[in-house]
Design a protein around this ligand. Structure first.
Ligand code: F6P
Length: 472
């Protein structure tokens, strides 16, 4: 973080701030399984998902449940891959369509792409998140229902988008295989086993998460099932080991040398003290193309809250070098200072050509240019410089280091919540829109309900209804 506007004295003060906010106490409470998600009275025990006996994370109960579910998931995935668990017509599964949204989608989708070189060649995993008919249609297109497993991933099993897509997929299966037979092809990941059962997922195919696993902190839970199907249970276990490795560091390293703590303090300095209200995440690794979207939810849904002394900046990003040819103009010369997290792997599995060295050269050049700038008499050609960035280097992008990286940002997000004085584990801000959508849907179908809309919304509803009628 040496390219930040942070002198040793600044870091000292930031560490004092962390002390005042009692980050050590909060960390202890999190590890002990206390209900630190106060608005919902829940613990936040994602570290138990990858812990081993004796790690001292959470109570015995949560660890035992996590270990049991991990073992079930491994067996299931191995059985699918070995063809022991087959479709209803006796053919082995060759594809999985993972249906889920938000935290039940972004992590697994990001990781499947990141670990592409580790994927099982004979098994394809596709995702469907958005409730846009085109998405589920494309996800199912060209697939053989006889060899397709549909994974419905929803902690609540009530999320409207997910359930609409899940019903469409179940219907697609039933159309080809029959109503009852279709259910052999449905797996579920949820905290509500009853709802999964009512939907039709067999309990053998249902994997549990618990109220102490937040959606955006759930990649290392059974929500990782699509990832495990894509890369194999052993690689999924390696990702958990990497996350655990970062957990051990987070729990034991002194605050001044604690990566998640330092990363959080740097971000707090930039966002809250210097007023830089956006941060770019730019991985110089195409495998991490979906990391910015994953971190956007992790950080903005966790800490985009009004109650505290500060809140998350806007997080956005693209892989470098594409990002350079898209928005770096504004990073270098725009009036707003936008700090950057650059992320790259020191080694690449691609040994032909010098692409990887070029990628790294570009990353270092951008970070240097942002920091040093360049004076010029001509304003158009002048670079102000002194623009902050961090560089995070992995040895290589593999399951273990991806687990470390995910846990790094999970803990960073938690520490920021503590220092800002917000609860990173709830998300009340998504509720109002959900309620209004429920009220608007009948109106779009032409039903006049009790809901009163403002004139702007009512006008749009009228317009959409007339258009639909004309198109019929
Ligand atoms: O966007 C709100 C939210 O509750 C997220 O926090 C969560 O990750 C997502 O919806 C999906 O929720 P579920 O897993 O319950 O379908």
């Amino acid at each position: 973080y040496s390219k930040n506007r942070i002198a040793p004295a600044t870091m000292k003060l930031l560490l004092a701030l962390a002390g005042e906010a009692d980050v050590v106490g909060w960390r202890r409470r999190m590890v002990a399984g206390e209900p630190i998600n106060e608005s919902e009275g829940r613990a936040a025990l994602h570290m138990a998902l990858r812990a081993k006996k004796g790690d001292g994370v959470g109570g015995k109960d949560s660890l035992a449940r996590a270990l049991r579910e991990r073992a079930r998931l491994k067996r299931f995935v191995d059985d699918v891959h070995m063809g022991k668990r087959k479709g209803t017509t006796g053919k082995p599964f060759r594809t999985a369509v993972a249906i889920g949204i938000g935290g039940s989608y972004l992590g697994p989708a990001m990781a499947v792409e990141a670990l592409h070189p580790h994927r099982r060649a004979e098994f394809e995993v596709r995702f469907a998140a958005n409730v846009d008919g085109a998405v589920i249609r494309r996800a199912l297109s060209g697939l053989d229902p006889e060899t397709t497993l549909v994974v419905v991933a929803s902690k609540t099993f009530t999320t409207e988008e997910t359930m609409a897509n899940a019903r469409a997929a179940r219907q697609w299966l039933a159309g080809a295989l029959g109503d009852r037979e279709a259910l052999t092809h449905v797996a579920a990941v949820t905290a509500d086993a009853g709802a999964a059962d009512r939907f039709g997922a067999a309990c053998d195919n249902t994997f549990l998460v618990w109220d102490w696993v937040g959606g955006r902190f759930s990649l290392t839970s059974a929500m990782g099932l699509p990832l495990a199907l894509a890369v194999g249970a052993d690689n999924f276990e390696a990702l958990l080991s990497g996350a655990r490795d970062m957990d051990r560091h987070f729990l034991s390293a002194p605050l001044a040398k604690n990566m998640p703590v330092v990363l959080a303090l740097v971000d707090i300095w930039n966002a809250s003290f210097l007023g830089f209200r956006a941060r770019a995440v730019v991985p110089y690794d195409e495998g991490l193309a979906k990391l910015p979207a994953f971190l956007r939810q992790l950080e903005m849904e966790s800490n985009g809250k009004p109650q505290g002394r500060g809140s998350a900046p806007v997080v956005f990003g693209e892989p470098g070098t594409n990002a350079q040819h898209a928005f770096f103009q504004a990073l270098h010369q725009g009036p707003d200072v936008i700090p950057c997290d650059f992320i790259a792997a020191s080694e690449s599995p691609i040994t032909t050509g010098d692409h990887h060295r070029r990628l790294l050269a570009n990353m270092l050049a951008q970070a240097e240019a942002l920091m040093r700038g360049r004076p010029a008499t001509d304003k158009a050609r002048a670079f102000p410089g002194n623009r902050p960035s961090n560089v995070i280097l992995l040895d290589r992008l593999d399951p273990f280091s991806l687990g470390q990286l995910v846990a790094l940002y999970e803990h960073k997000t938690f520490i920021e919540g503590v220092v800002w004085g917000v609860n990173p584990f709830d998300q009340w801000g998504v509720e109002l829109g959900k309620e209004l959508a429920t009220a608007i849907l009948p109106a779009l179908k032409g039903k006049t309900g009790k809901a009163r809309h403002d004139s702007s919304t009512a006008g749009l509803i009228r317009r959409l209804r007339t258009k639909k009628k004309k198109n019929r």
